[in-house]
Ligand binder design. Structure first.
Ligand code: ZN
Ligand code: ZN
Length: 471
C-alpha cells in the first residue's frame, strides 16, 4: 500500500511506501521522519466514482428487471472501519509424521518444521453481524490510502463507529495465526506462532448507501465504494447522521520530525527502511517513539584488522534466564544442558556467564536461512570485544528493521529453533518454558564478504548474502 502524504513543507501530495520510515518530498526535496508508524494509525480509502454515477448505474440495472417507478430518494457516502494487520508469521511445529513403510506397516518420524511467511489480514472493526463484507481481500494491497482526514473524506460522509478495540483486534490476529493446518498424517506435540514486525492500521473503507423508493415503498441498498457491487448490510442512516461522534479522529494523526540528530543536529543519512538512525557525527543512535526521538544505546564489535571493508550487521542481544516450571536455566553451563555442543568446553568458565540470545535485526529475505544462522550463533554463546566507537563515519552499518519489542517475541521462536526434534528432554523443558529477559543491547557485528557468503569475523559463521535484504 502507498500512503498519500501531504508534504508539510510545500503542500504537494507525495506517496510514501507503507514500509518506509523516512519521507522525502519529490517536489521540494525535504526529508522528514513521519511519526507513529510503529503505532496504530487510521487511514481512509477514496471511493471510485461519485454517488450520482454509481446510483444511476444501479437504477439502470434494477429497472431492467421491472420496477418502473424506482428512484433514489437519498444517497450517502459511508465509511466503515476495518482492521488491517500485517507482519511476518513465524511458526514452529514439533510432532510426529506418520507414514506407511514399504511392507505396509504404519510408522512415524519426528517432525520439526518452520513456517515463515508474510501475513496480511483485514476484518471489520465494527459490529458486522449484519454485514456481508468480512474482509477487504487482497485488493487493498494495491490501493492508495490517505491519513484519516474528515475534511478530505467529505464533511457529509457518515462514519460507522469502531467497536472492535485494538486489544480485540490483537486477540483476533493472535487466534488466526495460531491455527495450524490439520492433517491426518501429522500429530502436533508442541508449537509456537509469533507475528513479527506486525503493524495495525484502521482503514476506513467507502460504501454508498442508497435509499430507494418504489411507488411509496422504501428500501435501502449498500454498494461497495470500489467494486460497486451490492453488499448485504444494514445501517441506520438517521442514527449516524445525528450521531457524529464517529468523527473524532481515532488514534494519533501522523506528524513529522526533522530528519536529523536531536543531539548534534547532523542530518541522518537517507535510509528509508531503518527504524534506528545512527548519527555519523556524534555516534548516537535514535528511534522514534511517541512522536519524538529516543536514544538507543548500542555497541559495535570492531574488526581492528579488516582484510577488506566489513559489513556491520545489527543484532539484538538479549541476556535471559530460561524459566521452566520445575527449574531455571540461567548460566551458559546450564544452557548447554539443554543445547549440548559436540565439543568439550571449559565448564568452570561457563558457570558464571549469563545466557545471551542473538536476534538478527537487519532486513531479511529468507527467514529460514537467517533463523538457522541465529540459532548457530546463539548455540556458540560467543563473547565479543565491543565498544561504542568514537567514530562510525567509515563503518558500513546495516539498517535496523526489527524493533526490540519484536526481538523479544523472536527470542521465543529462537528457543524452538535451537531445539532438536529428537531431543525429548529439551523439548519437554522448552514446551513449558518462558524467557525472563534481564538485559538488552543492540550490537553490530562485522562480516566479511566471501563469495556468496558473509562471514562473521570472530566466529567464522557464514550467512548466505542473498538471504539478506541489504541496501
Ligand atoms: Zn515538499
Ligand atoms: Zn549527532
Amino acid at each position: 500500500m502507498e500512503i498519500a502524504i501531504t508534504c508539510p513543507q510545500c503542500g504537494a501530495e507525495v506517496d510514501l511506501a507503507e514500509e518506509d520510515t523516512v519521507f522525502r518530498c519529490l517536489y521540494c526535496g525535504s526529508t522528514l521522519k513521519p511519526t507513529g508508524r510503529n503505532r496504530v494509525q487510521s487511514f481512509f480509502i477514496s471511493p471510485r466514482e461519485t454517488a450520482q454515477k454509481v446510483g444511476r448505474a444501479l437504477i439502470h440495472a434494477l429497472k431492467s428487471k421491472g420496477p418502473r417507478e424506482l428512484h433514489i430518494s437519498e444517497h450517502h457516502l459511508l465509511y466503515a472501519p476495518y482492521w488491517r494487520v500485517n507482519g511476518m508469521i513465524f511458526q514452529w511445529l514439533f510432532g510426529r509424521r506418520y507414514f506407511n513403510t514399504p511392507n505396509g506397516d504404519r510408522s512415524w518420524e519426528d517432525l520439526k518444521k518452520l513456517r515463515a511467511t508474510p501475513w496480511v489480514h483485514t476484518f471489520p472493526a465494527f459490529d458486522a453481524s449484519k454485514w456481508s463484507l468480512f474482509s477487504l481481500g487482497l485488493r487493498v494491497q494495491a490501493l492508495k490510502i490517505w491519513p484519516f482526514n474528515r475534511a478530505k473524506m467529505g464533511q457529509d460522509s457518515l462514519l460507522l463507529r469502531q467497536t472492535i478495540s485494538f486489544k480485540d483486534a490483537a486477540d483476533h490476529a493472535k487466534k488466526s495465526i495460531t491455527k495450524q493446518a490439520a492433517s491426518a498424517s501429522v500429530q502436533i506435540e508442541m508449537a509456537i506462532s509469533e507475528l513479527i514486525g506486525e503493524r495495525y492500521s484502521l482503514l476506513y473503507f467507502p460504501f454508498y448507501c442508497f435509499k430507494l423508493s418504489n411507488n411509496g415503498r422504501k428500501s435501502m441498498l449498500i454498494v461497495d465504494g470500489l467494486s460497486h457491487k451490492v453488499i448485504k448490510g444494514e445501517v441506520n442512516v438517521d442514527n449516524l447522521k445525528s450521531n457524529t461522534s464517529g468523527g473524532n479522529i481515532p488514534y494519533r494523526p501522523m506528524n513529522f520530525l526533522p530528519y536529523c540528530c536531536p543531539n548534534c543536529g547532523w542530518e541522518f543519512s537517507f535510509r528509508p527502511h531503518t527504524v534506528i538512525h545512527f548519527c555519523k557525527s556524534c555516534c548516537s543512535a535514535w528511534q522514534e517513539h511517541g512522536g519524538r526521538y529516543v536514544s538507543v544505546p548500542y555497541r559495535i564489535s570492531l574488526d581492528d584488522n579488516p582484510i577488506e571493508k566489513n559489513k556491520y550487521l545489527a543484532f539484538w542481544r538479549l541476556s535471559l534466564v530460561i524459566k521452566a516450571p520445575d527449574r531455571e536455566y540461567g548460566t551458559v553451563k546450564e544452557f548447554y544442558e539443554l543445547f549440548p555442543l559436540p565439543r568439550l568446553l571449559d565448564q568452570e568458565a561457563l558457570k558464571d556467564r549469563k545466557i545471551s540470545f542473538y536476534i538478527p535485526a537487519f532486513r531479511i529475505r529468507n527467514a529460514i536461512i537467517v533463523d538457522t544462522f541465529a540459532s548457530r550463533l546463539t548455540k556458540m554463546q560467543p563473547t565479543f570485544n565491543e565498544s561504542q566507537p568514537d567514530s562510525i563515519e567509515e563503518l558500513d552499518l546495516s539498517d535496523v528493521w526489527l524493533q526490540l519489542k519484536e526481538a523479544k517475541e523472536m527470542a521465543h521462536v529462537l528457543l524452538y529453533s535451537m531445539t532438536k526434534a529428537t531431543h525429548r528432554r529439551t523439548k519437554e523443558v522448552v514446551k513449558g518454558a518462558h524467557l525472563h529477559i534481564t538485559e538488552t543491547r543492540l550490537l553490530c557485528l562485522p562480516f566479511t564478504e566471501r563469495g556468496i557468503y558473509l562471514r562473521e569475523v570472530q566466529t567464522d559463521l557464514a550467512l548466505q548474502r542473498n538471504a539478506l535484504d541489504l541496501d
